[in-house]
Write a protein that binds this ligand. Sequence first.
Ligand code: FAD
Length: 404
Amino acid sequence: MTPERADVVVIGGGVVGSCVAYFLARSGIDVVVLDPAPGKGASAGNAGLVVPSYTLPMSNPDALITGLRSLLGRAPSTLASPVSARTLAWLARFVLASRPGRAWRDVRVLHELAEFSRRGYDQLRSEADFPLWSDGFLHLARDRRTWAAEVRTARRLAAIGVRSEELGPDALAAIEPGLASGFVGAIRFPGDTALDPERTTRAFAEAAVRHGAVFHAERVVGVRTVAGRIEAVETTGPTVAGKAFVLATGADTAAVGRLFGVRLPVEPGYGWSLTLPTHASLLRHAVQFADEHVVVNSGPDRIRMTGGMEFGGRASQAPRPEAIATLRAVAEAAIPAMRTIADPGIAWRGARPMTPSGLPIIRLVRDNLVAATGHGPLGVTLAPATGRIVAHLVTQKGIPLRSS
Ligand SMILES: Cc1cc2nc3c(=O)[nH]c(=O)nc-3n(C[C@H](O)[C@H](O)[C@H](O)COP(=O)(O)OP(=O)(O)OC[C@H]3O[C@@H](n4cnc5c(N)ncnc54)[C@H](O)[C@@H]3O)c2cc1C
């Protein structure tokens, strides 16, 4: 039975909500997580990279130009029908946030958050059972212009402390023998790593439960307030009362936020993946094919390809077969060992919770409501930092958990 009262009610049990629950429960707080399908949202089929190097917000002039080209059918980010007025308004804010200089001012904030998160991963590994693998993240370029852009970005990132190495074709072949030839060069980010995101999310949830958190498969459908203060949430099961509430609902945040009377500019940015079984890891590194914007994470027993950034459309749409075929074709061209895999694999589509600025929203948004959302392409990377910050906000910032 769902407990009908908790100190903190976390809405959403993806990688972010599970991490929040873990850090709260670990501080001795009584936590309930409500989610009809915990760990089955964006946290399931994503690329599974922990990438403090990848912290340049997407709303920057270069990405904007790529995005505009994509509307002409020449890049993987797209607009899908139907496009709502809300999506158009969000895109307008995204364009404004893409003005020159803005992203490079925020990249430092995101990088520091990601580094803080990486240390959180070290702490979590002592309590949660999930492996990390890969010798870093390689950005690979076949086209000289792509290569020049990758080098420019890596050199700028170096100024804020992101370590990287520029590799020519011979050096690349020496460190990554699983790749075919044909690349002009690669940037290696040695501080990045990779994992299985579904297993890791489950491990965070299990660690939270060991500290006393309770997960219940209920959807939040309404909010009860008394004198302007949130007292309880109505669910598909019982009503659950709390002293504080955390909104960790990923790409559904705008809709769920409206139930709480808050407007949060979080828009689904759909992506897709294909996962194939393997007998061993086919690559030593996680890789990004920068020309095609396809990311590959090769783990001990499966290889996953991800790509796409689609705005508009519907959450319930299946991944497009041609988009999945493209992922496979790009990876097979570059990773010869993949060509013998006959299995059709598992195709998946999910939504990144995007904000116009690329910065997550981790703050009090009403007097006893904390938002932990909008992590865009970095939710796995930033989850431990988010959990720690939310636990700090709830325990240190005057939400009266223990007064009644
Ligand atoms: C193709 C792709 C590749 C990606 N690769 C990476 C990567 O390599 N590294 C990285 O760091 N990030 C990556 N991401 C981003 C990452 O997946 C997300 O940022 C992250 O999973 C968001 O986690 P979340 O917990 O906020 O959201 P979710 O995992 O979507 O969880 C939100 C939860 O809220 C629940 N919920 C919604 N409404 C309600 C309600 N009314 N009541 C109760 N519960 C509700 C949902 O059921 C869901 O379980 C990728 C994303 C995609 C799509």
